[in-house]
Write a protein of this length. Structure first.
Length: 276
């Protein structure tokens, strides 16, 4: 495993905290030649960069807001300029601000789709051009969500944006298979990240002990952790996944088709609208 990504140049979005940062660290520990990390928080990025470089992996930080088209393109262009190629792209960044069909603003809708759908599209488009140019049998892995199947009422735009990316994953995988480029995605469930802590305390008004309380209500008595996500993405981007492409894999402790709202505070819509 230590040389799993030997000589590979990898771009990882959303990599200044949470699952993205954990993924970058794991890929570095497994021998990546160079990793580009990106995000808006330079101070956090420098902490992640230090860990990556401790493994002997080169690291480039590109400050970027994925809601900005040119920033998305610049991430790939700067990587190519510094390291000469791109072997793998890992789309981890996401936007999960809440909103129901009644409360979601147009800004909420547009930001969910610009970060969760358009940004990965642009990053894949630019990366694939390089992968085809260099004939390097590239890999792409994206983080989706179990919410893509329908999602809770309070994440209507988020659910739609992830469903759109799931379809694009399969479409693009089919389009680039002839170039031996593999494109897959991981459908993750409820994950313990700094961003989730912010949402639970700020939006859902839960106490600082929300994690302990909610973890007691789910089957495996813990939420998905960033390292779980990182390991799943490493599988998709390495030779361990063989010729697998166009796959969208459920990576959660709940099974598609069943969901209990018992672990969530859903008092956003009137109960009469929620139904049974």
């Amino acid at each position: 495993m230590k040389q799993q990504f030997k000589n590979k140049v990898i771009i990882i979005t959303g990599s200044t905290q949470g699952s993205g940062a954990e993924t970058a660290k794991l890929f570095a520990s497994r021998g990546a030649k160079a990793i580009t990390i990106c995000g808006r928080q330079e101070d956090k990025a420098m902490e992640v960069k230090k860990v990556i470089e401790s493994y002997g992996t080169e690291c480039l930080f590109v400050k970027a807001d994925l809601a900005n088209v040119e920033d998305c393109k610049n991430i790939v262009n700067q990587t190519d300029k510094k390291f000469g190629t791109v072997h793998s792209l890992v789309n981890v960044a996401g936007y999960t601000e809440r909103g129901t069909i009644l409360s979601a603003s147009l800004d909420n809708f547009e930001k969910n789709f610009s970060i969760n759908t358009r940004a990965p599209f642009l990053l894949m488009q630019e990366s694939i051009k390089i992968m085809i140019r260099d004939k390097n049998n590239g890999t792409i892995a994206s983080v989706l969500s179990m919410a893509m199947y329908s999602g809770m009422p309070f994440i209507v735009a988020y659910s739609g944006s992830k469903a759109a990316l799931a379809v694009m994953t399969k479409n693009i995988a089919n389009a680039v298979a002839g170039h031996k480029i593999r494109v897959n995605a991981l459908n993750i469930g409820w994950t313990d990240t700094p961003a989730e802590h912010d949402i639970q305390t700020r939006v859902h008004k839960k106490g600082q002990d929300w994690l302990e309380k909610d973890e007691s209500k789910v089957p495996f008595k813990r939420l998905t952790k960033p390292i779980d996500v990182a390991k799943g993405l490493a599988f998709m981007c390495s030779s361990e996944s063989g010729l697998m492409t166009g796959s969208v894999i459920d990576f959660d402790q709940t099974v598609h088709g069943w969901h209990s709202y018992s672990a969530y505070d859903t008092n956003i819509l009137d109960d009469s609208l929620l139904g049974e």
